[in-house]
Design a protein around this ligand. Structure first.
Ligand code: NAI
Ligand code: MG
Length: 330
């Protein structure tokens, strides 16, 4: 198995080395291939990702990724969007699950949501134009992409509470009706109980009653926004892992970005990246190892070894050291 490892920019350079220390506690015969991508590379070379990088990524089985900085410059092509599209990683799986001992923004810790975000089209189609007085971004919804995201969402639902919520805004954005109707058809054919929510109402209701939801399937932008909202429900963006999956490959990354406001200070929470390693272990069919990693995270909270985003005063290195010791002794 080949694992590409991309730290990226900002806190990516802090949380990925931490996550690797945890991964390295297990004897997994993974060949690790480090790759340097992102804004830092662009500043030095004029390219954030090259064709040669993409070729290497296509030859890997899986990828562990930190975060990259993406400037608002209209001429800058997002590295992440490029990778997701080139590798056809069509499903972005984002579990929103409370961690014992952490109170999220609402104090409610009685929920377990799986956001399944369409990852290849929608408003992130990259078909756009910015001229002086007018700008547009084309929002694409296809039956094929809607069908396959609904299918994977239904497969997850079948293993959970068999309930799918389809997020859309088809009352005003007519393209969403193709997403909604296709997801409904797929859910019906899978015998998954389903309902639909307008995205604005969904944001409101996820804050008020997150316990109502099981699997939530959403077009690209809505899934992106609702999962950050989920970060507040869980307690910090520094806690949320994710997996981007395709037919053969999978790409694991914290939901958060490069966090320039805290980068370089050694205080980034490594848990989102470490839980991304747990998702990688699940994907490698190592459930026992994944369980130990999750248990280590709970133990660190229980011992009050927490970074500043969780109200603690431990550093990235101190949290990582605890996690590594826990995993090694279990
Ligand atoms: P962000 O996710 O980097 O940060 C949002 C907030 O969460 C900040 O207050 C930050 O300090 C906090 N935070 C994030 N990760 C944390 C961690 N591990 N521990 C503790 N606190 C953490 O989003 P922002 O600031 O909007 O974006 C910064 C840069 O990251 C931008 O260039 C953006 O394009 C990029 N970005 C990249 C992503 C990726 O590579 N997957 C995802 C989101 C944003
Ligand atoms: Mg995001």
């Amino acid at each position: 198995m080949k694992l590409a490892v991309i730290e990226g920019d900002g806190v990516g350079k802090e949380v990925i080395p931490a996550a690797l220390q945890v991964l390295d506690c297990f004897d997994l015969s993974l060949e690790k291939i480090p790759l340097n991508l992102g804004y830092g590379k662009w500043e030095k070379t004029g390219q954030a990702i090259t064709d040669a990088d993409l070729k290497i990524l296509k030859e890997c089985d899986c990828i562990l990724f930190g975060a990259v900085t993406t400037p608002a410059d209209p001429n800058y092509k997002s590295v992440l969007l490029t990778i997701r599209r080139e590798l056809d990683l069509y499903a972005n799986i984002r579990p929103l699950k409370p961690i014992k001992g952490i109170k999220g923004a609402t104090g409610n810790s009685d929920f377990d949501i799986l956001v399944v975000r369409e990852n290849t089209e929608g408003l992130y189609s990259s078909i756009e134009q910015v001229v002086e007085n007018e700008a547009w971004s084309k929002r694409i919804i296809t039956r094929r992409a809607s069908e396959r995201i609904a299918q994977i969402a239904c497969e997850y639902a079948a293993k959970r509470h068999n309930h799918l919520t389809i997020v859309h805004k088809s009352n005003v954005i007519k393209a969403d009706s193709l997403f909604l109707n296709t997801c409904r058809e797929v859910a019906q054919s899978h015998n998954v109980i389903h309902d639909a929510m307008l995205v604005d109402a969904m944001a409101y209701d996820m804050v008020r009653s997150p316990e109502k939801y099981d699997v939530v399937v959403a077009p690209n932008l809505y899934g992106d926004i609702l999962s950050d909202l989920g970060g507040a429900l869980v307690g910090s963006l520094g806690l949320l892992p994710s997996a981007n999956v395709g037919e053969k490959q999978a790409f694991f990354e914290p939901v958060h970005g490069s966090a320039p406001d805290i980068a370089g200070r050694g205080i980034a929470n490594p848990i989102a990246a470490v839980l991304s390693v747990a998702l990688l272990l699940d994907w490698l069919d190592k459930p026992e190892q994944a369980r130990i990693v999750r248990e280590a995270v709970e133990a660190s909270i229980n011992e009050n070894i927490k970074t500043a985003d969780l109200g603690g005063n431990s550093t990235t290195a101190q949290v990582t050291e605890f996690l590594v010791q826990y995993v090694q002794s279990h």
